[in-house]
Design a binder for this molecule. Structure first.
Ligand code: FAD
Length: 349
């Protein structure tokens, strides 16, 4: 009889009929027929090589803070729980830090600051996982993930091959990347590396930060102060998903040409807009929705948050279909009044 292998591969953690309500920040009801918890790259490859799971459609799930579940997914749900964080190297001009895709993003940001590696403070308190952050190139308060990105590792969900992608290969755009386009559902990000430039330069050109500087008289805040200001601002402005289900901003801010913007300003001089370096203009989607009278309104058990019209909320027991019905009604009224099509930010499943 041959001896057992020295280190037998741990079995895949496969669960059946799993409620996803606690796995999405909207708190929407849906059941996964099969959910697999992945704690390593090897687990991902085991899924790809598995006789049944390998052939099935797959839905990659992080913290569920950017998805709207409208039905029970037919796909096998792959819950990413790959952990670990470390400083890979320190050069004269950067700290290179790496984190597993399953790490909580907000905890990771706080940890980098505690270690004395500033650079991610403007992206404080964004819910979700490290692995999902490149998917929509998360951004807040004047910084996007792409500004601090070094590279990522992923596993191809068809071939099981490991790949490493650079920022250029990820094709980052405004709330967009290759993972929302050609690689959507085809690739599972396992690890992300960040390049935090030295010496640290604060990013302060954002209204809320400028307001805090004026209020406190501190015109040269350090990274921890910026982190604290942003956490306080976010807590005051955004609903806590643990209390009111939501997925953050529900629509992207539309980008229009300077001429289009000029026309709109002619009709609505107060429209909130930001000129972009390429000459186009970004309009505040929340302002457009508010202007159409949606703030605080509800359709069924889905509603528009009272303090921020860009955030749709679950008023208790809402279904994904109700959220989508409300979103469509908002899109129609914004199109009717401004001729602008709002595009949802979360992934609708
Ligand atoms: C209160 C609140 C505030 C928010 N504020 C912001 C903000 O300021 N800026 C911002 O950009 N976003 C914001 N968001 C949206 C959300 O937090 C981010 O998009 C976050 O990165 C989603 O992470 P997640 O792990 O929850 O992803 P999920 O919702 O689980 O997944 C989102 C998408 O990414 C895919 N995905 C997830 N993990 C992986 C992986 N490892 N490999 C490949 N694909 C993967 C999923 O298949 C899905 O398509 C906010 C959300 C909430 C609820």
């Amino acid at each position: 009889m041959s001896p057992p292998p020295a280190n037998p591969a741990p079995a895949l953690q496969i669960e059946r009929r799993v409620s996803l309500r606690a796995h999405n920040t909207f708190g929407l009801p849906a059941t996964a027929a099969t959910l697999v918890r992945l704690t390593s790259d090897a687990d991902v490859r085991r899924v790809v090589d598995h006789p049944q799971l390998g052939r099935a459609a797959k839905l990659v799930l992080g913290g569920g803070s950017n998805i709207v579940l409208t039905r029970d997914p037919e796909a096998v749900v792959l819950k990413v729980e790959i952990m670990g964080r470390q400083l890979l190297r320190q050069t004269p001009d950067a700290w290179i830090v790496e984190a597993g895709a399953g790490e909580n993003w907000a905890d990771f940001v706080a940890w980098t600051l505690e270690q004395g590696w500033p650079g991610l403070e403007n992206l404080a308190l964004i819910p979700g996982t490290v692995g999902a952050a490149p998917v929509q190139n998360i951004g807040a308060y004047g910084v996007e993930l792409k500004d601090r990105f070094d590279g990522l590792d992923a596993v191809d969900l068809v071939t099981g091959r490991s790949v490493t992608l650079t920022g250029e290969q990820c094709r980052f755009g405004y709330r967009d990347s290759v993972f929302k386009g050609p690689l959507a559902g085809k690739s599972l990000i396992t690890r992300v590396r960040f390049r935090l430039p030295r010496p640290w330069q604060p990013v302060l050109g954002y209204l809320e930060i400028e307001r805090r500087m004026t209020e406190t008289g501190n015109h040269a805040p350090d990274a921890l102060t910026i982190f604290d200001w942003i956490c306080a601002t976010r807590r005051a402005k955004l609903p806590d998903p643990a209390v009111i289900g939501n997925a953050g901003s529900f629509f992207k801010n539309p980008v229009v040409s300077a001429e289009q913007c000029h026309d709109i300003i002619g009709r609505d001089p107060e429209i909130v807009h930001y000129p972009m370096p390429d000459g186009s203009v970004k309009l505040a989607a929340g302002w457009l929705i508010d202007a159409c009278g949606w703030k605080g309104k509800s359709v069924g058990r889905a509603g528009v948050y009272e303090k921020q019209a860009l955030v749709l909320v679950n008023r208790g027991g809402a279904s994904g279909a109700e959220v989508v019905t409300l979103a469509r009604a908002i899109q129609e009224s914004v199109y009717g009044r401004f001729g602008i099509r709002l595009e949802p930010e979360p992934v609708i499943v």
